[in-house]
Design a protein around this ligand. Structure first.
Ligand SMILES: Nc1ncnc2c1ncn2[C@@H]1O[C@H](COP(=O)(O)OP(=O)(O)OP(=O)(O)O)[C@@H](O)[C@H]1O
Ligand SMILES: [Mg+2]
Length: 284
């Protein structure tokens, strides 16, 4: 096939030996199947900043830290140097997330570096060597839907334990190979502790999985894993093999507030009573 311009430098440097085919042109990137020596890998070429869409929205950027302060000051000032640094930080976010999550035991494609705006990674494939299908391409028995839902909830927990929320998890960003689901597409991953939108994004990711698998196993539709997971995260009780129930009583928090209000009211009454008595003593 015709060699895409952006892959030319990698061919010249010998990082890639052959471009086999294009897998898909997504909204944010083009993905190619490439040969590196004896192995077949995947090369993800990000589109130019002005051709990308939502994932670079401000909401996703909050809490991302530049590795040095000169850079982060420049990024805030939006000078052209700053813009270049922002772009670089944006582009390397996916490879950084992949290394971090692979190390945390999450099933993601193994990354093999990031060169000239191109991410090289493991090709997730089936027995036939073709790229693996996405969840959306498949259909499930209710047993398998429950099993995969459970596995993906565990992956989400593992990601959060390592400090990240995917932020765009859906049936389009999970591939399925012989060993089960693999999470992909992470340039927008958000820092759980430093981003105010993180709880909303976590819940949205979880609910996307619930709604997708709920088509095959409707009992999932009543679950509230997102709120339960975030509650544990906030309380510092989230661990990778946590036993979750899928139930979350929002009233549990409301009850705490009621109890607190009662204590405050009691204290206020006591104080009023004390003042009344002091006043009576003065009057005597
Ligand atoms: N490691 C991989 N192994 C096999 N196929 C992959 C891999 N990474 C990506 N793909 C294929 O390429 C498609 C696009 O990849 P990805 O979702 O990362 O890019 P994108 O442009 O951000 O997509 P989107 O359209 O969701 O914005 C995926 O849906 C999948 O079919
Ligand atoms: Mg995608």
């Amino acid at each position: 096939m015709k060699i895409p311009k952006r892959l030319q430098p990698l061919l010249e440097d010998g990082l890639i030996d052959e471009i086999i085919c294009q897998l898909k042109s997504g909204k944010e990137a083009q993905v190619y199947m490439v040969r590196c020596g004896e192995v077949i890998r995947c090369a993800k070429v990000y589109k130019e900043a002005n051709k990308r869409s939502f994932k670079q929205a401000v909401q996703y950027q909050e809490g991302r830290t530049a590795r040095n302060s000169r850079r982060s000051r420049a990024m805030q000032k939006r000078t052209s140097y700053g813009q270049k640094e922002s772009e670089q930080a944006w582009l390397s976010a996916e490879v950084d997330a992949l290394y971090q999550l692979a190390a945390a035991g999450v099933r993601v494609p193994q990354p093999y570096g990031f060169v000239d705006g191109v991410l090289l990674m493991e090709l997730i494939s089936g027995d036939d060597g073709h790229a693996a299908p996405r969840l959306d391409d498949l259909s499930f028995s209710s047993e398998l839907a429950l099993e995969y839902h459970d596995r993906l909830i565990r992956e989400i927990v593992r990601m959060l334990c390592s400090g990240l929320v995917h932020g765009d998890l859906s049936e389009f960003n999970v591939l399925v190979d012989n060993s089960g689901p693999v999470v992909i597409d992470l340039p927008q991953a958000v820092n759980a502790a430093g981003n105010n939108s993180a709880p909303m994004m976590l819940e949205r990711d979880v609910n996307n999985m619930r709604d997708y698998f709920g088509r095959y196993a409707p009992e999932l539709l009543d679950t509230a894993y997102g709120k339960e997971i975030w509650h544990h995260y906030e309380n510092g009780t989230l661990i990778p093999d946590i036993q979750l129930t899928g139930q979350f009583e929002e009233s549990a928090d409301a009850a705490d507030v009621d109890e607190l209000m009662e204590v405050i009211n009691d204290a206020r009454e006591e104080e009023m009573e004390r003042r009344r008595r002091l006043q009576e003593d003065d009057e005597d």
